[in-house]
Design a protein. Structure first.
Length: 367
């Protein structure tokens, strides 16, 4: 930790003579997520999300160098402490964040290791990433490109290289595409994920799984004392396990979403009807009978999308507000999940802080 802080300090000192601005900031997030899924049939001990509580905090101090108003180089440390764990009295993990960013009012590009809040993460439903996945998989390794238009319309591309081929990890990477086009009340858009889940050095079989998920949608947003957002969409998948046949599995679901909100309070209903879109969750058996499960490493989404009852309903009551010029945010949520077999509940509290300040600007210092 001392070496990393020294590196940040030295980077700032070395660049101070060349950069127009020196930036200092930090992000903080406390994450509480209590899941009561014991009555649901999907939970597989050791392989899936079970009833339990995630309670952790993240701190990401950062230093940045900005020049020509468009270019920024950032170095940071992503530090997490899981509350109550005994593996370390200090931190549960600490990992680097460093990236180059180019930004104009319409175009944003980043390369390196950057945090997922730089992408339009909220527009990806839990069919792509569960809430806990978003918190614990906070660093994206690769590149990002965005174009931002009128009325918050946008299109973006992200490549996240999640694993390098070795004895410790499969080779795996994810391509993400997303877009929204907002008119006065009507909007349409899509989210797309292509996940390449390849072999591991020294594994009994170096099989490759290809997983694609497309979520097109259309919707309307309007105000009638309350703010309404009504959306229709689909979850369309194409997935195959190359070592166990090259045929594509194409399970899909229909999506209906309804949200009503005011004063920071929201009631959100999402209804999904269709097939189990995680057909390879349990993986396969090798010729000698050894199981080869994939589990959540292949499917980081909410496990309710694996229902065999053709229906999944998620109803959530939440409160979201930002304070102090959007530097502090609070989210409290109660969600009820029903997958056709039983009712599961979830309670969440997320408190966030985002601070970033220019501590040196060469325009204010005459030579």
């Amino acid at each position: 930790m001392k070496k990393l802080l020294l590196l940040l300090a030295l980077s700032g000192c070395v660049a101070a003579g060349h950069a127009q601005e020196i930036l200092l900031g930090t992000d903080f997030k406390m994450y509480f997520d209590n899941k009561e899924f014991g009555s649901n049939e999907f939970a597989v001990p050791g392989l899936d999300i079970e009833s339990g509580t995630d309670f952790a905090a993240r701190l990401t101090p950062r230093v940045g160098i900005r020049w020509d108003e468009k270019n920024t180089l950032v170095i940071a440390a992503d530090m997490i402490k899981n509350f109550g764990t005994q593996e370390s009295a200090y931190l549960s993990e600490i990992k680097p964040v460093f990236y180059y960013q180019f930004q104009t009012p319409k175009v944003t590009a980043a390369a390196g290791i950057f945090t997922r809040d730089m992408m339009h993460d909220d527009d990806y439903s839990t069919a792509f990433f569960s809430e806990s996945e978003r918190f614990f998989h906070n660093r994206m390794n690769g590149v990002l490109a965005q174009y931002n238009g009128k009325r918050n319309s946008y299109v973006e591309f992200v490549c996240d290289w999640e694993g390098m081929y070795s004895t410790l990890s499969r080779e795996k990477f994810r391509i993400l595409l997303a877009g929204r086009h907002y008119l006065d009340t009507f909007y349409y858009g899509f989210n797309y994920s292509m996940f390449h889940y390849a072999g591991q050095q020294g594994a009994p079989i170096e099989n490759v799984v290809d997983l694609q998920l497309l979520n097109p949608c259309v919707g309307v947003r309007f105000n009638a004392f309350f703010d309404f957002d009504i959306k229709l969409g689909a979850l369309l998948t194409a997935q195959r396990d190359r070592s166990f046949g090259h045929s594509w599995e194409k399970p899909c679901m229909g999506e209906f979403a309804f949200r009503i909100s005011r004063w920071g309070l929201s009631l959100d209903e999402r209804l999904y009807v269709g097939d189990n879109i995680h057909p390879f969750f349990y993986g396969h058996e090798l010729e000698d009978g050894t199981p080869l499960p994939y589990g959540r490493e292949l499917y980081p989404a909410e496990s309710f999308f694996r229902t065999d009852q053709k229906v999944y309903s998620r109803t959530a009551l939440s409160y979201r507000r930002s304070f102090f010029n959007d530097t502090v945010s609070v989210r409290a949520e109660f969600a009820a999940h029903h997958d056709g077999t039983a009712l599961g509940t979830q309670q969440m509290l997320v408190v966030g802080v985002k601070l970033l300040k220019t501590v040196y600007n060469s325009k204010n210092h005459k030579k």
